[in-house]
Design a protein around this ligand. Structure first.
Ligand code: NAP
Ligand code: G4F
Length: 382
């Protein structure tokens, strides 16, 4: 019999990779999607086949994390063996503008799902998408034993959801795990997260679609990994005999500024920084002829400017994962390094605007054998 999984947040970055991964393992995959007036399933369109066809294994169901009745209904009727709860208002900056909504969806959404499992009486394994943002201002490196000090409404909501997951594990003997994942990125990352914003801007500046990239705090450090590798851990956590909580990251941390520099370098542009504070600008120091030609770019052009609108009322300065527990118990290690991640993303964005890429991004995926889905990651990045 096919194993069945239910994924909330299936239309997001992780949801789409996890769907590919589970389908490649023979699962029947069910996903919760929100009703929207436009299509929100672009990240899944390559996987979707008409559910009327007999071998269809991906099924999408309307619902919302604010609607407990529908969550109970879906769990009761689908009877999934595994539930991956990835749905959330996941943007930290936005959570300061919408703290109440973030609490409703990101915090209470988890409680609604846990209650739906309990009330439906279905025996299932539950994965909660916890976040390194929960560590907030506690010093790096951060492990499962590090205390939390959340620095945003998003992080506070995730801390609540983390403890509710543990509470249902302890109180109701539920198989429920927290994956405390550090930042993970990919060509499918949402365009308002800083990595994708940067790599997309490199392609758009070179192709002439954009003049300047406006950014906020360049000094924050993040432990950035490659999303397809991270969704494997979500699955690994649910394959163990006993539920537990795991930190997942790369053990390498870099500033936003370093990400910017490497991304532009990979696009053949060397940057230098001039000025300070709000007057800081990133200026072209040198440029290869190929990049120059497409947009008459020249040495001295200002391509990065600071816009305070992207600052946060409270910042998380430094995240760095100590993932030794996952390494030992899940036998998991990241294969894609920081530089390789940047190169994969820049190449993908260059190709998306019709420019020639270095091809290095594709080579990395081939070299590291990142082909677990026989998939589109290796074939065109979508
Ligand atoms: P993402 O791309 O922003 O996807 C979020 C998903 O949640 C989307 O499918 C979105 O649907 C769905 N969603 C939002 N509000 C919803 C609602 N009210 N009801 C139902 N679904 C709703 O996030 P991601 O990067 O894939 O991350 C997956 C999960 O891991 C999130 O919980 C995130 O907080 C957490 N996390 C992410 C990272 C990271 O670095 N990526 C690190 C740690 C933890 P629409 O497509 O309709 O908007
Ligand atoms: O890319 P970000 O928005 O990611 P952030 O805040 O670290 O959150 C992401 O990772 C978390 C895991 O740690 C997830 F839980 C969460 O759901 C999300 O996926 O910002 C990264 C850093 C921040 O320090 C921010 O201040 O980049 C800085 N930054 C500088 N300029 C910017 C910008 N961030 C964004 N989004 N946009 C900017 O223009």
């Amino acid at each position: 019999m096919k194993r069945k999984a239910l994924i909330t947040g299936i239309t997001g970055q992780d949801g789409s990779y996890l769907s590919e991964f589970l389908l490649s393992k023979g699962y029947e995959v069910h996903g919760l999607i929100r009703r929207a007036s436009t299509f929100n399933t672009q990240r899944l369109s390559h996987l979707f086949i008409d559910p009327h066809i007999s071998n269809a294994r991906l099924f999408l169901h309307y619902g919302d994390l604010s609607d407990s009745g529908q969550l109970t209904n879906l769990i009761y009727n689908i009877e999934p063996e595994e539930i991956y709860h990835l749905g959330a208002q996941s943007h930290v900056r936005v959570s300061f503008d919408m703290p109440e909504y973030t609490a409703d969806i990101t915090a209470l959404g988890t409680t609604r799902l846990l209650e739906a499992i309990r009330r439906s009486g279905i025996k299932t394994k539950f994965y909660q998408a916890s976040s390194s943002e929960m560590f907030g201002s506690t010093s790096p490196p951060q492990s499962e034993k590090t205390p939390f000090h959340p620095r945003s409404p998003y992080a506070a909501a995730k801390v609540y959801a983390y403890w509710m997951t543990i509470n249902y594990r302890e109180g109701y003997n539920m198989y429920a795990c927290n994956g405390i994942l550090f930042n993970h990125e990919s060509p499918r990352r949402g365009e308002t997260f800083v990595t994708k914003k940067i790599t997309r801007a490199v392609a758009h500046i070179i192709s002439g679609k954009q003049k300047v990239l406006y950014l906020g705090n360049l000094d924050a450090s993040r432990d950035w990994g490659f999303a397809p590798e991270f969704v494997e851990c979500q699955w690994l956590m649910l394959q163990r005999d006993e539920p537990d909580d795991y930190v997942i990251g790369t053990g390498e941390s870099h500033t936003v500024r370093e990400f910017v520099e490497h991304a532009f370098n990979h696009g053949s542009i060397e940057l230098e920084w001039k000025g300070k504070g709000l007057d800081l600008v990133g200026v072209i120091k040198s440029i290869e002829a190929s990049a120059q030609a497409t947009n008459s770019l020249k040495v001295g052009d200002e391509v990065i400017t600071i816009d305070p609108r992207y600052f946060r009322p409270a910042e998380v300065d430094h995240l760095l994962a100590d993932y030794s527990k996952a390494k030992k118990q899940l036998q998991w290690e990241p294969r894609v390094t920081f530089k390789e991640l940047v190169e994969i993303m820049v190449d993908s964005d260059l190709e998306a605007v019709g420019l020639e890429s270095t091809g290095r991004g594709q080579d990395i995926l081939k070299d590291k054998n990142i082909n677990w889905t026989d998939n589109k990651v290796a074939k065109g990045y979508i």
